[in-house]
Design a binder for this molecule. Structure first.
Ligand code: PLP
Length: 395
């Protein structure tokens, strides 16, 4: 097939839930992709923060193909080695106690919400089931995680949404104190709000959230679906803030491009979800777990240091360009938001047309989530496309 045929067949047979760009990607190597016509793109998106080790990484490929040849699936009624080793590795590197595995970010957050409600029910009975989330947050697309998402634009069409969610402004400690009332069992937050605009939370707000939750026996859930797996330069972003959550959810980059998600729970709630209370047919799939083990192996402490260095390099280079269309650069590690003064979706389309895959976030930002292993040569090539494209913008 050629690219036009792929696009036509897609539009005819796949539901129109995505505003797709008119590009069909055929293959990739490292952080460079090619479409069906052979046009090259530098990848500053990695899916949406998924291809954490780029395309064709040898360690990842060997792990996936080796496990696929040995055993691709067995139900969770039996034990498998990749899932066991992965849970041991994640708990050792996070400081949390036990893992539950599923397939996506929304499913991981659903699991965390169930865990929090059961923890509270087991200990305090009914009437303490509310979950507090932040304005501008994003937690997923299921009915419950849409309800958890603190943006009115998502609370549409699909009524009735799951009850029991309350929203409070990010970085407002007094409002948080008031929101964490006696009917609340959990506070869920993204350490850097991703879809909301690449907005890092203040360190003292996170510290206060940790203190209030501990004091009131409210579970602190870190939604690290986007910030986790090394994206911000530590394995989990909460490690940059020095606050240990009770539950941490992850997905996206964990298996380097295969569908995988999960949550980690700390000491006091590690055994809350007992047999029969939660499950996922594919959760902990051996091929995906083997892929995740390879990703974690690649994301050594020194590689995570590189993520921080590359993030700083990109931010400094963009600031040095002094482009009139750029209002500022924000983010942590390789989770980068560039505030722009022209419509961000149109700029993103122009960047793609010029050979740089980019994303948008919030109302004003271009968002870069490149593979964590991107080379400096690819970064420079991508930034040159960015500079050329944005320097042509007249405000
Ligand atoms: C912070 C956060 N939570 C949850 C999700 C939902 O993840 P998924 O699309 O894998 O269900 C996303 C996806 O963008 C996210 O950024």
């Amino acid at each position: 097939m050629n690219g036009e045929q792929v696009i036509a067949l897609t539009n005819e047979h796949i539901m129109p839930t995505y505003a797709r760009f008119p590009v069909a990607i055929e293959r990739g190597s490292g952080s460079t992709l090619w479409d069906f016509g052979g046009k090259k793109y530098i990848d500053f998106a990695s899916g949406i923060g998924v291809n954490s080790v780029g395309c064709g990484n040898e360690k990842w490929l060997a792990a996936v193909s080796g496990q696929a040849g040995r055993l691709q699936h067995v139900s969770n009624l039996f034990y498998t080695e990749p899932a066991a080793r992965l849970a041991a590795e994640l708990t050792a590197r996070s400081g949390l106690k036990k893992a539950f595995f599923c397939n996506s970010g929304a499913e991981a957050n659903e699991g965390a919400i169930k865990l929090a409600r059961k923890y509270s029910f087991d200990k305090y009975g009914k009437g303490r089931s509310a979950i507090v989330t932040l304005n501008q947050s994003f937690h997923g697309r299921t009915i419950t995680t849409l309800a958890a998402t603190g943006q009115d634009v998502f609370h549409n069409y699909f009524f009735p949404f799951t009850e029991g969610f309350k929203y409070t402004p990010a970085n407002d400690k007094a409002a948080l104190d008031a929101a964490l009332s006696p009917d609340v069992c959990a506070l869920m937050l993204e350490p850097v709000q991703g879809e909301g605009g690449v907005l890092p939370l203040d360190a003292d707000f996170i510290a206060e959230a940790g203190r209030l939750c501990r004091e009131r026996d409210i579970l602190l859930i870190a939604d690290e679906v986007q910030t986790g797996t090394g994206r911000t330069g530590t394995l989990f972003c909460f490690q940059r803030y020095g606050v240990l959550p009770d539950v941490c959810t992850f997905a996206k980059g964990i298996a380097g491009g295969l569908p995988f998600g999960g949550m980690l729970a700390g000491e006091k709630c590690a055994d809350t979800l007992s047999a029969g209370t939660h499950a996922s047919t594919f959760g902990g799939n051996p091929v995906c777990a083997a892929a995740a083990l390879a990703v974690l192996d690649i994301l050594s402490p020194s590689e995570l240091g590189e993520v921080r260095a590359k993030g700083e390099y990109i931010r400094a280079k963009i600031e040095d360009m002094e482009l009139p269309a750029v209002g500022g650069v924000r983010g942590l590690g390789l989770m980068i938001g560039v505030a722009v003064k022209a419509p961000h979706k149109e700029l993103c389309a122009m960047l793609i047309e010029n050979g740089l895959l980019s994303l948008t976030a919030g109302s004003d930002a271009l968002r870069f989530l490149p593979p964590l292993t991107i080379s400096y040569a690819e970064i420079d090539e991508g930034l040159e496309i960015f500079r050329e494209t944005l320097s042509g913008i007249r405000l």
